[in-house]
Design a protein. Sequence first.
Length: 348
Amino acid sequence: MRLKEEKENILQTIGNTPLVYLKNVSEKLNTNVYAKVEAFNPGHSAKDRIALYAVNKAEKEGRLKVGGTIIESTSGNTGRSLAMIAALRGYKCVFFTTTKISFEKETFLRALGAEVHICPASAKSDAPESYYSRAKSLHASTPNSIYVNQYYNDSNIEGHYSSTGPEIWNQTENKVTHYVACVGSGGTISGTAKFLKERNRSIKVYGVDAFGSVLTKFHRDGEFDENEIRPYKLDGVGKKIIPGTVLFEYIDKFYQVEDKKGLLRARHLAKTESILTGPSGGAAIEGLYTMKDEFKPTDCVVVILSDHGAGYLSTLYNDDWMRKNGFMESDANKNGAEAKNLHNQNQV
Ligand SMILES: Cc1ncc(COP(=O)(O)O)c(C=O)c1O
């Protein structure tokens, strides 16, 4: 039996995520802000789009055959998307992630049947123990395997060029004036920006980066400066390398966000817009506040909220974790301390 409305499997629900008006943020910034809520993807993040695109392409090109292995270095979300696809299509998944991964994300990967290896977050990217190096070397020794390598894989850009870009263009009735996204591998911002700028060259594209990442300085000065690198907590935002998947020519400017401000902004968004997003979603919204002078009341600003906050219940949304990391005051009055923090940012 087939039903008219049925989806053949869960992968058919990837994409076509809603564009949601952010009333509170729009009022505060005196413009019109719409969030592309990527948590509506079945794997709860924008990475579903690129994982599906990359696997389909590898199959079509004969690089991945029945019984093959999918290998990736991932902070969790790409792995989750790949694991979802692999479980349905009968592939084995081996992932290398870092000590920054949350308990929820790691558990999710294993629940979908993936093998997960944790590597030190502090390792230099070319060190043998880094999550990049370990994935690369396993791929070299495993027949019928693909190393998705999202940081140097054009599928990462094409996946967004073919879906996120057209969706935003159509959902805003071609009215989008600004497009804002956090940059990690750069696939989201690059693919989407390329599509949008090809339609209308005057659309401004702003990347949100973390303090501690090398991307902002590289974009501004053309210099890879290792001295910029320092640890930070905003998952998925910024990089210690310059990925091949950041199309810098489509990004007008980068704005950097501090851990504390990005994380508190995500918590504030949950209470004001009822959207539970991850640290990168908080950073993206915080980025909007940083760039607020760029916006006019008639503008149509689209911001990407890359993943769901449920993956961070033990970190970002856990008061003890926030206090332990110095992001909230050790105050008996938690809500008071949080309000004071945001008030100090002069943004509430
Ligand atoms: C939660 C989250 N937000 C944002 C990003 C950045 O997206 P992109 O890699 O497409 O630049 C990532 C990438 O890893 C991510 O995992």
